[in-house]
Design a binder for this molecule. Sequence first.
Ligand code: F0G
Length: 521
Amino acid sequence: MSVQHNYNNFCKPKLNKLLSALKLDKNYIKAEGNYLYTDDGKKVVDFVGGFGVSILGHNHPELIKEMTTTLQSNVAINSQCSVRSESANLAMVLNEYIDNGHNYKVNFSNSGAESVEAAIKHAYKVHFDKVRREYERITRILNDFYYKVEREGIEIELPGEENDLIDFRNDLDEYNLNQFESFQKSPVIAGLKGSYHGKTCSPLKVTFNKSYREGFEGLSSIQAAFVDHDKPQRLKEIVNELACEFYYPVLVGSKVEIHTLKITRVMAFIMEVLQGEGGIKPVPEKTLEQLAAIHGELKIPFILDEIQTGCGRLGSIYSYQDTALKSIAPEYITLSKALGGGLVKIGATLIRDDIYDQDFGILHTSTFAEDDLSSKVAIKALELLKANDSELLKRVNVQGEKLLNGFKELQQRYPEIIKNVRGKGLMIGVELTPLLTRSPFFRATGKQGVLSMLVASYLLEYHNIRLLAPLTTMLKGNPGKNRMSILRVQPPATITDEEIEALLSSFVEVLDIIQSNNEYL
Ligand code: F0G
């Protein structure tokens, strides 16, 4: 039986069929540096980089050495509920690269989605405690008012139609309880349109792409509110609009007035500085400036999702520090992907010390989190990125520029086929146009968004180059709506000039085929 057959029968039948239709159903059996090797003897240059994971290349020899020597020393991997020395070391290293004067507590997990989950859960707890405290305070004010009036027999004038003190108190009490429950049952996370934060229940809620969220709405009661990239001020309106309003009585002379205390139901705002899965979309610097100002003004916790952009992909350990957001001290930062050097599965949620909930380290744990092996490999991965005066991080920007400029030149030569080239560091997106003036075949693929996968298929088949588009390309889109055709170019920092040249010249070949409507090739 072929491996494809087994994958189809026992793992992912639909994905297998789609990959097979595009000749992308390869079985990679070895990986080294910038290359992946198939079971039929192909050596493929990897420009996907595990969607951001392998910034150091595959199986970096120093990381393999760190992992094997750690294993050979019979490291204690399963020592849950003890003092985890290597996690502490890794947490210290992660703190060293933060330049905002705050310390962060680090909660380790096993994947990106899990580290987002932890941030959301922590933010919920902090906000819930605040809303509950306020609800209890308002309830006390209401009760004190009632008992005072009762005990002292004060003559009062109730507002509106109310004339019975007990009814008045009960109505307000019930209303406030409803408001409290509205937060409890339906807390809000605000995010940016186009965002992607993972596929477990809570991160899925704040992932913008409807094809991923549809049908899973009932899995988590979190409500998401998305903001356009060019309208960050909308965040302020959302925070203001989606709020609990608690009513309490105030006696002015003999008149009872109803006053309002408003607390937003928005527990946090989550974002990537450069959206990956959403189509390699950098958030404009001006928007980041405005968001930084809103952060200061509203004091709403920010979750900076650096799962893809962090740990080297954009040339720094924390990419937000190279943007206008550097003026803020984010409450949460999430990391994963490249943190494990491509060898170990690890996620980290950094929580600013001054908002850290002391119970969280007990409330939120996972069997496999915080193991010494992953932590040691992650420490080594960070060390490699920073070695020789951050040589590799600098290389990310140098090689990234070459790729970006190369594709921009192609865009000028083929404006009818390449719609846009964008990105930063080694996270570059090449967006193809819907090809409305092409042959029926190219028109259909362009409209459905599969054109990018078709290009990927050609590059792999004829040039041993691996590129991919966001996975949603494989899902059914909204009928009638053009789907974005984007290729994600995310090679390791070790990618060479020759490999970049090879990618660009092979790309020209595909562009020529499309240009001449030569669909039979
Ligand atoms: N956040 C961001 C910004 C991501 O890019 C991803 C994953 C996640 C969270 C979830 O991490 O997969 O380890 O649970 N992005 C991949 C991608 C899937 O294609 O960009 P995970």
